[in-house]
Design a protein. Structure first.
Lengths: 165, 340
């Protein structure tokens, strides 16, 4: 399936056919799609190890899951002020540094999406009552703010990884 | 704020944040075994945008839920501090093991024993009274009978089902052959195997089946073992008494009235294990009179009084209390007596 090989870099040239193969909830003119994938190591005919992405429907603790959200402007006008937010799912832990998104500014939240900031600026209160710098495991939400406007017919994609606890 | 996730997600994250705060950094998992099998991991992304100067609009999209598979994994550990002392022969000598489910779902385990382990001097035999027992929980330690008796294990009938992270104490109970030498060791292996069909010997990652939409996958260990050992322990005490010096009143070495004899008692403890409450008592015959202040143990003078130094002399009787001695050991008692 074409969505199996979706990557952040490839998202901009993703074939339109992929849009019909995943769950979606269209509202208005910008359509959002969200997929979960696992990376599997496969051997090429030459015997080289290669990573291949497959849809994630099952996982075991320790598996790394890649979430990719793709947004596409189906309208006739440019779309602005685009921001995508995605919670780190329950029973998973965000993989530090894994959030990507071309032409986006990425912010993180450690308080359920109430406040946002760069990953290295966030602070949490530890069990001892003292504040400490936030770790990847503290991240609860990720937000990507698209720079500029998205022209009609264009799309963008953002992605992050989690490990199943 | 432009972007929010749904309330449900907020609540989930909030609850988790509370859990994180309570846990030690960076521990995040509720279970060592990982997220419980069958858990659905969902994810809903939200996009917010403005179209051509219009109002802010939002849309959401959910990724298909991920079902957490059941992972089979087990660990067995010996609970004995060292080799378990036994006599030869002996019946119903117990080794103690704990079987722990390190997977993420309940699983019944088949328990078995192997006695022909290499590197030892004898093979423990499955006890006639029952070779494997499950801890009843009534009283720690193995009890074959009585109100707190443990439960005889019957494979396939009462295979212990352990919850994720749960554990159960299992006793491997043996009869020990007779005529074994002190220090002979016998080892036995306790093995616990997940009972999901195909689990035994399955390589990690093997898909073993799917039940109600939840896959079962072989984890790091679908079977695990631990070794315990018996050590034939026993001690023998030998006493040797001798006269090591004679000094007669004229300065010679004749035994006559008034001669002073130096006696030496050598206590030798052989075998393995401990001998408890070891006491040596030597009542002197009427022909001899103890020389006050002449008592020594291992070359160190001891008082005649019955005090903390462990040796005493009174009423013409010499005593020495050694308490518990670990074999092998040797103690030397010396004292003098005058010939009447």
């Amino acid at each position: 399936m074409s969505r199996s090989i979706l990557t952040a870099a490839a998202a901009f040239v993703l074939a339109t056919a992929a849009w019909t193969s995943v769950h979606a909830q269209a509202s208005g003119d910008v359509e959002l799609r969200n997929i979960a994938e696992l990376e599997q190591e496969v051997k090429t005919p030459e015997g080289k190890a290669e990573k291949k992405r497959v849809p994630a429907t099952k996982a075991i603790p320790g598996n790394e899951v890649i979430y990719t959200s793709t947004f596409r402007n189906n309208g006739k006008k440019p779309a602005g002020n685009i921001a995508v937010a995605n919670p780190v799912p329950a029973n998973t832990t965000y993989v530090g540094g894994s959030a990507t998104g071309d032409n986006t500014d990425i912010a993180f939240s450690v308080d359920g999406g109430r406040t946002w900031g760069p990953a290295d600026k966030l602070v949490v209160t530890g069990a001892d009552g003292k504040k400490r710098p936030a770790a990847a495991a503290d991240i609860t939400h990720i937000r990507w703010t698209y720079r500029g406007e998205l022209a009609p017919g264009k799309q963008g994609a953002v992605s992050f990884r989690v490990v199943v606890n | 704020m432009g972007i929010t996730a749904g309330w449900f997600a907020l609540l989930q994250r909030g609850l988790r944040a509370a859990c994180v705060a309570a846990a030690l950094f960076p521990a995040l998992q509720a279970l060592a075994a990982g997220t419980t099998a069958g858990t659905l991991i969902g994810n809903t992304a939200t996009v917010q945008y403005r179209m051509g100067g219009g109002p802010m609009t939002s849309a959401a999209a959910s990724a298909p839920a991920i079902v957490v598979a059941k992972v089979l994994s087990v660990v067995v550990t010996s609970q004995d501090a060292g080799p378990v002392g036994t006599s030869s022969p002996a019946t119903s000598a117990a080794l103690t093991f704990v079987v722990t489910n390190t997977g993420n779902a309940p699983e019944p385990y088949r328990v078995s024993r192997t006695d022909n382990v290499t590197g030892d001097q004898f093979d423990p035999a499955p006890a006639a009274a029952g070779s494997l027992w499950l801890e009843s929980g009534a009283q720690p330690g193995f009890q074959a009978s009585g109100p707190n008796a443990d439960i005889p294990y019957v494979p396939g009938v009462n295979d212990p089902t352990l919850p994720a992270d749960g554990s159960r104490t299992v006793y491997l109970v043996s009869d020990i052959p007779g005529s074994l030498a002190f220090g002979a060791a016998g080892r036995s292996l306790l093995t616990a195997t997940a009972t999901t069909p195909g689990a035994a010997g399955a390589a990690p990652g093997t898909l073993l089946g799917t039940t109600a939409g939840v896959q079962t996958i072989a984890g790091a260990r679908t079977a695990a073992s631990a070794t315990g050992s018996y050590l034939v322990s026993g001690t023998a005490i030998a006493l040797a008494k001798s006269v090591v010096a004679v000094r007669d009143p004229q300065g010679g070495t004749r035994v006559v009235t008034g001669s002073v004899l130096t006696y030496r008692i050598v206590l030798t403890l052989t075998g393995t294990g401990n001998a408890d409450t070891v006491t040596v008592s030597d009542p002197l015959p009427a022909a001899l009179t103890y020389v006050p202040g002449s008592l020594a143990v291992d070359g160190t003078a001891r008082t005649d009084a019955a005090d903390a130094d462990g040796a005493a002399a009174s009423a013409n009787t010499v005593t020495a209390d050694f308490g518990t001695l670990a074999a092998p050991a040797q103690r030397v008692i010396e004292f003098k007596a005058t010939v009447n």
